[in-house]
Design a protein around this ligand. Structure first.
Ligand SMILES: NC(=O)CC[C@H](N)C(=O)O
Length: 370
């Protein structure tokens, strides 16, 4: 038996799988979040935006189509824990190269299976995103919470995760089209793939790169990626974005969107329990068209804070009215809170990448005319 235990003593019981550190000293609190997608566990486990979190999946059967390495969103997961109802070995998969369990074992994810994930999700919806601990005995949790000093650790973690970017040095992905700089805060591979499919030459820069290092390569556009942590804590990243965003066409995705808002003088705030799932409806305020989107975020841009920033809200969440996208009135900047590369079913939001391509191309033709 093993447990996920919250500060108020509420414990959810399950069985261990994956990789558990045996020393009780290693018990630390992590943010517990839930995702309601019915499939895509592999993309979720390897999405670096979940770095340091404990992810609860509401879909009751998980692992059933195995593990396919080429679908990983990053070279190595940074997820701390994974909580599921029923863990399947994935026998039904025709081409699986392994199982979810093997992956968790190999890459250090603490798994808890057989959990009443419905009750757990209702608990999180009621109390909001909370820190929890994964433990082998309830005594360990009691001891941990008795000595708990508050979760100042979150702040350090945010900075830490982002600066431990997936890459240490900038690298190039060849292509015949214009050069796009991708600022990697924990970028998902499918974002890169979507850019490649549109013919761009790509240079991926570590999150700590300076604006000079980026501009020296003379890119024709910048993509600010998704990534973990509280955007409000990422002061250096915001400063970098501030120095880039009026110089080139920009596409911001999720964390990238939040950093753009902060760079323009706006503010972000923490949502009660976040948006994580594959069926979040979003409306385009200009066309009136609604689409289903794939989402994974705990923070959002405060709409009123955008007044006077030059940004206009263009997309809105139909469930809770939060900001899902914005465009700049003067500069060629486009940003979305959701994941246009996530394709929860149809690929309708892939057109965000086409819009970005248009911005880059019109930027280049303007330059040519000068
Ligand atoms: N997917 C992301 O980029 C997440 C952004 C940010 N870490 C949030 O939780 O809101």
């Amino acid at each position: 038996m093993a447990y996920l235990v919250f500060k108020d003593g509420t414990a959810f019981e399950g069985e261990e799988f994956g990789s558990w550190l045996k020393s009780s000293n290693a018990v630390t609190e992590q943010e517990v979040v839930f995702n309601t997608s019915m499939s895509g566990y592999q993309e979720m486990v390897t999405d670096l935006s979940y770095a340091g979190q404990i992810l609860v999946l509401t879909q009751p059967q998980i692992g059933n189509y195995g593990w396919h390495h080429e679908e990983n969103e990053a070279a190595k997961t940074r997820l701390q824990g994974l909580v599921v109802r029923e863990l399947s070995e994935g026998e039904g998969s025709l081409h699986g190269e392994g199982s979810l369990e093997d992956y968790c074992q190999q890459y250090g994810v603490q798994g808890l299976k057989g959990v009443d994930t419905r009750a757990l999700t209702r608990y999180l919806r009621q109390f909001g995103t909370l820190p929890g601990v994964l433990v082998q005995t309830q005594e360990e949790a009691l001891e941990f919470w008795a000595n708990f000093q508050g979760n100042d650790a979150t702040k350090e973690k945010s900075e830490h995760w982002v600066y431990r970017s997936t890459v240490k040095e900038a690298y190039e992905i060849p292509g015949s089209g214009p050069l796009i700089a991708v600022l990697d805060f924990g970028v998902k591979r499918n974002i890169i793939r979507n850019l490649q499919e549109r013919g761009f030459r790509i240079m991926v820069f570590p999150a700590g790169s300076t604006p000079e290092e980026i501009l020296r390569q003379r890119p024709s556009g910048v993509v600010l990626s998704n990534g973990p942590g509280d955007p409000g804590e990422l002061l250096e990243c915001v400063a970098t974005v501030r120095r880039l965003y009026d110089k080139l066409p920009v596409l911001g995705i999720c964390l990238g969107h939040q950093l753009l808002a902060l760079a323009a003088g706006g503010a972000t705030y923490k949502l009660p329990y976040g948006h994580r799932g594959g069926n979040h409806p979003v409306i385009d305020l200009r066309s009136g068209k609604a689409t289903m989107t794939s989402q994974n975020h705990g923070y959002a841009v405060q709409e009123e804070s955008l007044k006077g920033s030059g940004f206009e809200v263009t997309l809105r969440n139909l469930n809770d009215g939060t900001v899902e996208g914005m465009e700049h009135l003067t500069y060629p900047i486009l940003s979305v809170q959701f994941h246009p590369e996530g394709a929860p079913g149809p690929e309708e939001n892939a057109e965000i990448f086409d819009r970005f391509k248009e911005l880059v191309e019109s930027g280049l033709s303007r330059k040519g005319r000068r």
